[in-house]
Design a protein around this ligand. Structure first.
Ligand SMILES: [Zn+2]
Ligand SMILES: [Zn+2]
Length: 266
């Protein structure tokens, strides 16, 4: 399989980076995690190739904060004439009844294309623990974030954990996977800066630092840590510093640009 970063930014897209969206494909099978603005990259080369080759497409949502679902407004442009299975956590995980809550995200008059006017959309509910999707094991667990989010594990290939505080249980959830995609909001310098005390305090309530993500990656024994959901109020130099902070704890840490490709599963 292959991982492609379609959106690596948190909250607000920038010229270089779209908000959260990751593709994992196996030629005819395409998995997409989160529907941030990065979903729009599927319309243009090089990411449009992922779509061209796909016969079966599954989209997995972590939570309903707008930076992770605004791509739902793009569905008629990207997936017209196709079947798209949208997987969401069941109500026991986040308190939202999917059959009511998900169509609400794109309902009129806030979006011109309502859910039930798009015949190709199939809504699937996933439960905590192991689910089987297209011959793969997809595991979910609730993560702590204002309005609960879930982390996804795909086979032994990858874990995606955003938006989340640094949760010690993420390490056992991600044990031994090839790639851990974990959010990162602050670098080590800011984390240690007494003048940034308030920022650090609020970050710990909803998000993670680069070093916290690295500690989890080390504990989990993953092959590689990818920092993502990057803070849009900072820039590339800062992200390089995040990578450096994390590498002090876990050497194989990377901040990739959008549209980076990486093989998964040998
Ligand atoms: Zn977010
Ligand atoms: Zn969020």
């Amino acid at each position: 399989m292959r991982l492609t970063t379609l959106g690596t930014q948190g909250w607000i897209p920038t010229v270089e980076r779209e908000t959260t969206c990751f593709a994992v494909d196996e030629g005819r099978l395409l998995f997409i995690f989160d529907a941030g603005t990065g979903l729009g990259r599927l319309l243009r080369p090089p990411a449009s190739q992922l779509l061209a080759g796909a016969h079966e497409i599954h989209l997995f949502l972590t939570h309903y904060h707008l930076d992770h679902v605004c791509g739902l407004a793009y569905l008629p442009a990207i997936f017209a004439g196709r079947t798209l299975t949208v997987h969401v956590p069941d109500a026991s995980l986040n308190g939202v009844d999917p059959q009511r809550g998900v169509p609400e995200l794109i309902r009129k008059p806030y979006n011109p294309h309502a859910w039930n006017e798009q015949p190709g959309l199939v809504l699937q509910t996933l439960h905590e623990g192991v689910n089987e999707v297209a011959g793969h094991e997809v595991r979910l667990r609730a993560q702590c974030h204002p309005d609960t989010t879930v982390a996804y594990r795909l086979d032994d290939l990858l874990v995606l954990a955003t938006d989340t505080v640094a949760d010690p249980q993420t390490a056992s959830f991600a044990r031994g996977v090839e790639v851990l995609l974990h959010e990162s909001w602050i670098d080590g310098i800011e984390e240690d800066d007494p003048d940034s005390e308030e920022l650090v305090r609020t970050t710990y309530l909803a998000h993670s630092s680069a070093r916290q993500a690295a500690a989890l990656a080390a504990q989990a024994g993953v092959g590689e840590l990818v920092l993502m959901h990057l803070n849009p109020l900072r820039g590339e130099e800062y992200y390089a510093q995040m990578q450096a902070s994390a590498r002090e704890i876990f050497a194989p840490t990377f901040v990739y640009p959008d549209l980076h490709e990486r093989a998964l599963g040998g």
